[in-house]
Design a protein around this ligand. Sequence first.
Ligand code: DC
Length: 234
Amino acid sequence: MNDKIKKLTIAIDGYSSCGKSTFAKELAKRLNYIYIDSGAMYRAVTLYCLQQNLIKNKSINKTQLLNSLKDINISFNYEPGNQVFEVYLNGINQTEEIRSIEVSNNVSPISKIKEIRKKMVEMQRELGRNKQIVMDGRDIGTVVFPHSDIKIFMTADPEIRAQRRYKELIEKGQDINYTEIEKNIRERDYIDENREFSPLKKAEDAILLDNSHISVKEQMIWIMDIINKKINED
Ligand code: DC
């Protein structure tokens, strides 16, 4: 490892629930980098809308939402040592709330709104100003940091992703059925890939990682090898 290890921007994009955050968090811990889950930002905006009754039957009061944009303050607390990533909405810790199925069911339409994306991208670029960052999302390698040093595009079979998500929510004590989870994942894939602004797609220079049958440990060996090659490149 040399000094270049201190200067990387690493973009991790991919489908819902394919282990991006586990991968990105573990990588940030190993590199002692900041980790940012950009999806958490769209989730926080969605939670705000639900709290303020700006979403009714999946229909968003867009005018009022855009007028309220200045009142939405999102911040993070990341502790690499114990892998804690906390999300604050207007000063209140909403880490658990943003993962609820209600937020999951409403986040895609919110993330389709151009003005929302603009605000989130500005915040994400500011967070990555000093590099040394691993950020995961849908448009990190294509829009937020198109000049990232390393871009990974992650995918996994939809059924495997749904099973992982189901297990995670059951362990957290949420009352949920598997069919609903799989439906939500497939719906989000469709919306993410087909939306007008910044759709989910693999950047040309991104490396594909299908982790359907690969452990986190194996993924770390794979990515650290890529990073080592990158920093010893020139
Ligand atoms: O990664 P996640 O499932 O927590 O993301 C929640 C939603 O936010 C997802 O449906 C797509 C959207 N999203 C986005 O549009 N752009 C990003 N950079 C990250 C997430």
